[in-house]
Design a binder for this molecule. Structure first.
Ligand SMILES: NC(=O)c1ccc[n+]([C@@H]2O[C@H](COP(=O)([O-])OP(=O)(O)OC[C@H]3O[C@@H](n4cnc5c(N)ncnc54)[C@H](O)[C@@H]3O)[C@@H](O)[C@H]2O)c1
Length: 366
């Protein structure tokens, strides 16, 4: 088992990210409390890992455990669902002194439960048992959580670090290939921005086996953790992980979430890479290499393939996002595969609306 230790600077917050195969049933949950509410993605209710987890909690460690099952997927991430979950916890007399939450699911359920844990009883501890590749290598790391409102994606959100992250790759045996590609999109993003070797590993020929997953998850985690440690609140270097995400979430919101996070971010990288190339940062050959790597993963790279609305509508969604300041959306500009433009610790830069509009119009016409 590999362990990545997270140590948030300027706060007494430390936790571990554990990565391995078959590691879930051996975890010592008793170390974190005596009473748990385990919130499971309902598609995993009868999964052998869920059954093994319940056995571990209830029979082996003899802990009080209240399991509940909620459907996974983006449609779960609403303020209404968050309130409903919070009210359920209150009716069950769940309190921060006595209880911990365990979330068993992907980035969607993780975002919802992390969000509720951040405000219920003024913050409740939670353990993240990630079940998708995207959650293991990205969403479960760093404490970001959120729900969506009609005006934009992730607009109600907080930062609340988990007590432990368990990345058991045996979950991935049942994860559909489409969602494996979505996870690899996030790994490719980390490759484009920070690690050329990771980009090549993910987009080159590989077998989808446990060893490959563990390598990609650990390598992505080791890139993300040191940056989260120094910039938990996403005000400086952590912005680097927003590459593809200035445009991606607006695509999701503008299509009513019919386009999933992975494809939206893949197109987001293609658009933001194009912008960086037009501004003279990203060589055109590097942009082509990025896009063919993403396409090799089965991900879309043409804006028109996922979105047929106007440039103005996408810009409207960008303007309510946290990546906009003083009316200007901020973008990360790669300068090569594995490297971004930096000025001191600044990695995201404002771009004027007419420039963004021109890029989107170009790409919508291609
Ligand atoms: N908080 C963060 O830092 C962060 C980072 C990246 C993405 N996200 C968020 O993550 C969400 C996407 O998460 P996701 O891609 O994990 O999708 P998801 O959680 O919606 O799961 C995708 C689908 O797979 C199913 N599923 C989950 N685990 C499974 C398994 N082991 N076997 C079979 N099916 C399984 C789910 O029921 C769902 O239908 C988006 O809302 C995105 O905004 C958050």
């Amino acid at each position: 088992m590999a362990v990545i230790r997270v140590n948030i600077r300027r706060k007494p917050i430390k936790y571990e990210i554990r990565i391995g195969e078959g590691i879930l049933p051996g975890q010592d949950f008793a170390r974190f409390g005596k009473r748990f509410v385990t919130i499971v993605d309902s598609s995993l209710e009868n999964h052998p890992n869920t059954i093994a987890l319940m056995h571990r909690l209830e029979k082996e460690q003899k802990l009080a455990n209240l399991p509940i099952y909620l459907p996974g997927g983006e449609s779960l991430k609403t303020p209404e669902q968050a309130t409903e979950l919070g009210r359920f916890l209150a009716r069950e007399k769940i309190g921060k002194m006595d209880h911990r939450l365990i979330v068993v699911g992907g980035g969607s359920l993780g975002d919802l439960v992390g969000y509720v844990a951040s405000f219920y009883d003024r913050s409740l501890g939670f353990i993240y048992v990630a079940t998708t590749l995207l959650a293991m290598l990205d969403a479960a790391i760093g404490g970001k959580n959120a729900v969506n409102i009609p005006e934009g994606k992730n607009l109600f959100g907080r930062i609340h670090q988990p007590l432990l992250v368990v990345n058991d790759v045996s979950w991935l045996k049942t994860l559909p290939g489409y969602h494996i590609s979505n996870g690899l999109a996030e790994a490719a993003k980390m490759g484009v921005t920070l690690d050329e070797g990771l980009f090549d590993l993910v987009t080159g020929p590989h077998s989808l086996n446990s060893e490959f997953y563990m390598t990609v998850i650990e390598r992505s985690g080791r890139l993300k953790v040191p940056i989260v440690e120094v910039d938990e609140l996403d005000s400086g270097p952590r912005n680097i992980f927003n590459y593809g995400h200035t445009v991606g979430p607006p695509i999701e919101a503008a299509t009513d979430y019919k386009v999933h996070h992975g494809p939206a971010d893949s197109v987001g990288m293609a658009v933001e890479g194009y912008l960086a190339a037009k501004l003279g940062f990203f060589p055109w050959e590097a942009l082509m290499r990025q896009n063919s790597g993403l396409a090799a993963l089965g991900l879309p790279v043409r804006l028109r393939d996922v979105y047929n609305g106007t440039a103005e509508r996408l810009i409207d969604f960008m303007l309510v996002d946290k990546k906009t300041r003083d009316g200007k959306p901020y973008f990360v500009h790669p300068v090569a595969i594995g490297k971004v433009y930096r000025r001191g610790s600044q990695v995201a830069f404002p771009v004027e609306i007419p420039v963004i509009h021109e890029c989107l119009t170009d790409l919508l016409a291609q």
